[in-house]
Design a protein around this ligand. Sequence first.
Ligand code: GLN
Length: 484
Amino acid sequence: VTVPGTSAAELARQHAAGTTPPGKTVEQAFARAAEVDAGPSGLNAILWHDREAALGAATEIVELARQGNRPGPLAGVPVVVKDNIATLTMPTTCGSRILEGYVSPFESTVVTRLRTAGAIIIGKTNMDEFAMGSSTENSAYGPTRNPLDPTRVPGGSSGGSAACVAAGIVRVALGSETGGSVRQPAAFCGIVGVKPTYGRVSRYGLVAFASSLDQVGVFGRTVEDAAIGLGAIAGRDRYDSTSADAAVDDYVATASDSLRGVVIGRPREYFPDSLDARIRERCDAALEKLGELGATVRDVSLPHTDLAIPTYYIIAPAEASSNLARFDGVRYGMRAKATALREMYADTRSHGFGREVTRRILLGTYVLSAGYYDAYYKKAQEVRALIANDFRNVFDRGVDVLFTPTAPTPAFPIGAKADPYEMYLSDIFTATANLAGIPALSLPIGRVDGLPVGGQVMGRHFAEAALFRVAFAIERALGEAAHR
Ligand code: GLN
């Protein structure tokens, strides 16, 4: 894999200065995509693209600069977005047959904000259908391959976006998170992925999976790329009443050589005896570096961690069963040919949804049904509060951030996890942050058998700046060792 050495910030500077035409950068991104993504042995990371619109946007950036407008932080920088984020000139299918050919009549706030920052949206990326999965194998449009080893998965559900960054097509990409779908593929592909605090980023135009857990996330080749991407999309949006009015920090400015005064918690539940010793060793090496930079590392406990997966797999399907009720053949996308209305609903949904989505709808409908609601859904909500409380307790006792592995294993081979429950366990270290609503970031901390390992930094609500500060420090301290 050859990765272009020019950061998003440097690209934007060159475009603003007129030393590189944005059109050339866009052409390079498409050329790289043609080289690695297309064809039978390609990555299959990009589902839809719009070359004309991208080149038109590049011309517009040049024109705006000529008129004396201040260039945005992503001026002329090519970006790809996951296919569950609404765009105007390309389809938004959520990797599903049921939305084949569907083009949204409105644009998501995150895409509008990226464009305002100068970014050029070049394509929509492959994903597990409706973001349900951890491998990008559950796409109606075929699996995405991992650019570092094409026999392996890129992780999921935002695997297409992660693969585009890792393969050097773009420096910044958007994904979405419900239980780890940005952090886990970032870890599997050796790049940076950040899930913001619930409410930090608008969900307007993000197709809902589990609304109380969903959040748009950002991939970057480096911590700085991700910091610029998040800065561009963060902040209150009047179209999403769950978006928060919290001040957005300058995440790039958090980079510092010292971590003096920072307390880092190492939660013992994220380092079980069963953890791959080489992953533990990479994490401990990163923690040691943090100590050398002046941080205090403290052992802590988050006792309800082992309940996260069962809790998540009640709450997420419950919300999904409700959110996905709208795909009925009447309002969006595909419609089965049937004369009777009930038959049309049933045929559309039976043929339009894949196996995993169907499984989740059935599971979610079951846990919400009369007689089971109290036993499952209500109980899960109570356990969710306990998990959130675990985090509150450690943060209240002076711990600034937590450091853990992102995933229990490196990227696994395509087809290796046929049992859904085994697949669900991929999110064992990430789903907790979604349940608690806290921000979390994954970054590369080394390799095992040539495959990337991700380290996870988690923090208090709206403390993304603290995550970036620590992530910048780890990235700088590890240097090339993060990719060896
Ligand atoms: N792998 C988890 C799931 O299948 C999380 C997916 C996500 O974060 N969107 O639900």
